[in-house]
Design a protein around this ligand. Structure first.
Ligand code: C2E
Ligand code: MG
Ligand code: MG
Ligand code: MG
Length: 283
């Protein structure tokens, strides 16, 4: 049948492949240059204790400052992962963020750093050593660092992911499951994992007070997390009603535009200096 359709299909397909390959090479070159020219910036989004409003940690979120505009991570992380440039990029983020948070801690502010990990970063040689070296060099205590992974990375366990993360956890580093509820980690599986924290995905949080099922699911995840001895963080809090319900459910921590938006290091600096280490505008 394929033969009957003739060579035209093949040609179209090949042209497609070609355009795709060229585009990828372009992105690879762009990213490489961006890395050399230090066009990446880290924004930090506060995570608060829902009982006290105190900022307990900041999550590092990378942006590409390309010709004056901020490119969101979704638009370049896949390409960075495919080209392998995610490895040096992640190393830069790690060093930079550990250094910055260590500086804030040196001003007697007891905050932690949450860092997103990529698949390729974990499987790259020397991953465990790179993290421990960054901690040692910055002076950030391991317990102040939380590594965020998605369920899929633990389930697939490529390149001994779970073993490497367990090694880091033994050093005192904490481990969080990001976007919890969207993947396929079973609850029984969760118990066997070296995890300290789950971050409830915004797709649940968004329905709080508006959708009965999502509200019930959120409540169930909070309870389950606590029963397993985990810290539960709700992500994507945008409305006061969500915050109220999460407090009522006893959810430990919260993150979202209503609490605080991601901000540059200077923003965190002034948060600290103006003594807004408790975000009161969240009630
Ligand atoms: P994530 O780790 O789940 O991060 C939370 C995302 O939700 C961030 O998007 C944040 O800006 C956004 N967000 C926070 N509060 C709200 C809210 O109230 N409403 C809405 N609509 N969004 C909110 P961002 O910065 O675009 O990052 C997207 C994803 O890219 C992250 O999801 C993470 O998976 C990945 N990422 C970001 N930075 C890094 C990094 O340094 N390394 C790696 N490997 N991945 C990163
Ligand atoms: Mg995250
Ligand atoms: Mg998330
Ligand atoms: Mg995500």
């Amino acid at each position: 049948r394929a033969k009957g359709l003739g060579g035209r299909r093949v040609e179209v397909f090949a042209a497609h492949m070609h355009a795709d390959a060229v585009r990828r090479l372009e992105i690879a070159a762009d990213l490489q240059r961006a890395l050399l020219e230090k066009q990446f910036v880290i924004e930090y989004q506060p995570i608060v204790d829902l009982a006290t409003n105190r900022v307990t940690a900041v999550e590092a979120l990378v942006r590409w400052c390309r010709g004056g505009t901020f490119v969101p991570p979704e638009q370049f992380l896949d390409a960075a992962e495919e080209t392998g440039l995610i490895v040096p990029l992640s190393e830069w983020i790690l060093t930079e963020a550990c250094g910055e948070v260590a500086t804030w801690r040196a001003s007697s502010w007891d905050i932690g750093l949450a860092l997103n990990l990529s698949k390729r970063q974990i499987t790259a040689p020397g991953f465990v050593e790179t993290i421990s070296a960054a901690l040692a060099d910055s002076g950030l205590p391991p317990s102040a660092l939380t590594l965020e992974v998605i369920e899929e990375m633990l389930v697939e366990d490529a390149g001994d992911t779970v073993e490497k993360l367990s090694e880091l956890r033994e050093l005192g580093v904490r481990l969080a499951i990001d976007d919890f509820g969207t993947g396929y980690a079973s609850l029984a599986f969760l118990r066997q994992l070296p995890v300290d924290m789950i971050k409830i995905d915004p797709s649940f949080v968004t329905g709080l007070g508006r959708d009965e099922t999502l509200t019930l699911l959120t409540r169930t995840i909070v309870r389950l997390g606590h029963d397993l001895g985990l810290t539960v963080v709700a992500e994507g809090i945008e409305r006061p009603e969500q915050l109220e319900l999460l407090r009522e459910m006893g959810c430990s921590r919260g993150q979202g535009y209503l609490v605080a938006r991601p901000m540059g290091a200077q923003g965190v600096d002034s948060l600290m200096r103006t003594n807004l280490t408790s975000l009161q505008n969240t009630a």
